[in-house]
Design a binder for this molecule. Structure first.
Ligand SMILES: [Zn+2]
Length: 222
């Protein structure tokens, strides 16, 4: 062992190499740390919806440091958008949890197909705001609680209603009522959308009247 070290010391070429290596590590190390700091605060957003997503995110400043990836998906079962924690996040602390918001490429509302680019800006912002409301809800839950949440969400209609209304409530309490109302009106006042879908929206989500009441209550509190 000792012999080996002595041999290295007397090899000038290797000494220069080691010196350079140490110097590179010293220079790189702060960069690596800085890089990891920036990436923890990252929101990944597809270019085509970056304006709308950033407007929605600006209402949720407490999510500035939370990793959220917005992603288009070819087909999402039964829904237009879906917010969920990344699978591996269940094994991490609540603060390090990562989320994704999946957006259907084609938004299908009761048989009528809309391309994401056809959806008016305010409607899209409201939709994204509702999903960020879900993220706020998840961020308040432990991993164990989230597992329970997933089971109840799948099997209980009443729970589904509670969760969807909670997401709307979070968005309204974050000042997004105008956008949330635009999204509701887009569906409820659209003659091309059938009554069954409208009834579903009325059942699971907050009504425009309930939103106005929330806004009044919120403003009275401040
Ligand atoms: Zn929802």
């Amino acid at each position: 062992m000792y012999f080996k070290i002595t041999k290295v010391r007397f090899n000038p070429q290797k000494q220069i190499f080691t010196k350079n290596l140490v110097l590179s590590i010293k220079l790189l190390f702060p960069l690596l740390i800085m890089n990891s700091l920036f990436t923890t605060a990252q929101h990944v957003i597809p270019e085509s919806i970056s304006n709308q997503a950033n407007i929605a995110l600006s209402h949720f400043t407490e999510l500035n440091e939370t990793s959220i990836t917005f992603k288009f998906k070819h087909n999402i079962k039964k829904s237009t958008m879906l917010a969920q924690p990344n699978f591996w996040s269940f094994f991490k602390s609540r603060k390090k949890r990562q989320y994704k918001i999946l957006i259907s490429e084609k938004i299908l509302i009761s048989g009528k197909e809309y391309l994401t680019s056809d959806i008016p800006n305010d409607v899209m912002i409201g939709w994204l705001g509702h999903e960020l409301g879900h993220v706020i809800d998840y961020s308040n839950r432990s991993s164990l609680n989230l597992l329970w949440f997933a089971i109840k969400y799948l099997f209980s209609d009443k729970y589904l209603m509670k969760v969807e209304r909670a997401a709307d409530t979070h968005a309204v309490n974050h000042g997004m009522e105008g956008y949330i109302l635009s999204t509701k009106n887009f569906i409820l006042n659209n003659s091309e959308i059938d009554e069954i879908y409208k009834a579903r929206i009325k059942k699971y989500y907050l009504s425009p009247e309930e939103i106005m009441k929330l806004v009044n209550d919120r403003d009275l509190m401040n």
